[in-house]
Design a protein around this ligand. Structure first.
Ligand SMILES: NS(=O)(=O)c1ccc(C(=O)NCc2ccccc2F)cc1
Ligand SMILES: [Zn+2]
Length: 260
């Protein structure tokens, strides 16, 4: 008798769940082929207004380290760009590699950066909470910023100095008075496309805004990310590296650019 095909969907150790969403048509991350992106003259400049006193804490959630913000009012918001509403900053986090040859989630002309910053915002005009917004096609807006190896980034250093305190999964420390706009390049150019969360539940609710210019960080700062652990205190240590999702098919999508 023929062997039943018992192959399961690709399981990635990090996500312990199928890597592909059945029926997913707008999954993230993707490769951004610069020459295939379409300049859209109607795209507005992105307006970023963050209040550093909304910064609450840093925690290691076992996927990445997150800096979370008080999103109970419109105090740290973005508006404009491709967005039709004002979106509130909830958290930012990073994805990085074990070595500098890879680590970002998005690629540009198939090139990886060593790390990628995600600033996560939700549409508080149309939805009552982040949890509801995550389920809606226009619920979230994530700004992606590439990190490249270069000069030390003074703004990032305040974050790096706090990482030893959140080395293990589910550790948290208070962190206040931080303005994440210091991590966003001043160059206004970005690409934008309709996508998804890159970790479970992978919901197709994200308007991605990917900055064209990277920020520069130095080797010691990237190495500091790699000292974090996926594992809790007392478990066998597993270094938190390569916490990026594989590239997903573009399918029927166009990447627009805000620049010629
Ligand atoms: N890498 S990314 O695409 O920027 C990304 C951003 C946010 C989340 C998140 O909030 N997950 C937890 C979560 C909490 C509550 C409800 C739904 C959720 F996904 C996941 C991935
Ligand atoms: Zn992310």
């Amino acid at each position: 008798c023929s062997r039943k095909n018992t192959r399961k969907a690709a399981l990635h150790p990090l996500w312990q769940s199928p890597l592909t969403i059945p029926g997913g048509t707008r999954q993230s991350p993707i490769n951004i082929q610069w020459r295939d992106s379409v300049y859209d003259p109607f795209l507005k400049p992105l307006k970023i207004s963050y209040d550093p006193t909304t910064c609450l804490h840093i925690w290691n959630n076992g996927y990445s380290f997150l800096v979370e913000f008080d999103d109970s009012a419109d105090r740290s918001t973005i508006v404009g760009g491709p967005l039709e509403n004002k979106y509130r900053l909830k958290q930012f986090h990073f994805h990085w590699g074990a070595i500098n040859d890879w680590g970002s989630e998005h690629t540009v002309d198939s090139k990886f950066y060593p790390a990628e910053l995600h600033l996560v915002h939700w549409n508080a005009v149309e939805y009552p909470s982040f949890e509801e917004a995550v389920m809606e096609g226009n619920g979230l807006a994530v700004i992606g910023v590439f990190l490249k190896l270069g000069a030390r980034h003074e703004g990032l250093q305040t974050l790096v100095d706090a990482l030893p305190a959140v080395r293990h999964k589910d550790t948290v420390i208070e962190f206040d008075d931080f303005d994440p706009s210091c991590l966003i390049p001043s160059c206004p150019d970005y690409w934008t496309y309709a996508g998804s969360l890159t970790t479970p539940p992978l919901t197709e609710s994200v308007t991605w805004i990917i900055k064209k210019k990277p920020i520069e960080v130095d080797e010691d700062q990237l190495e500091a990310f790699r000292t974090l652990l996926f594992t809790s205190d007392g478990e066998e240590e597993r270094r938190m590296v390569d916490n990026f999702r594989p590239l997903q098919p573009l399918m029927n999508r166009t990447v627009r650019s805000s620049f010629r």
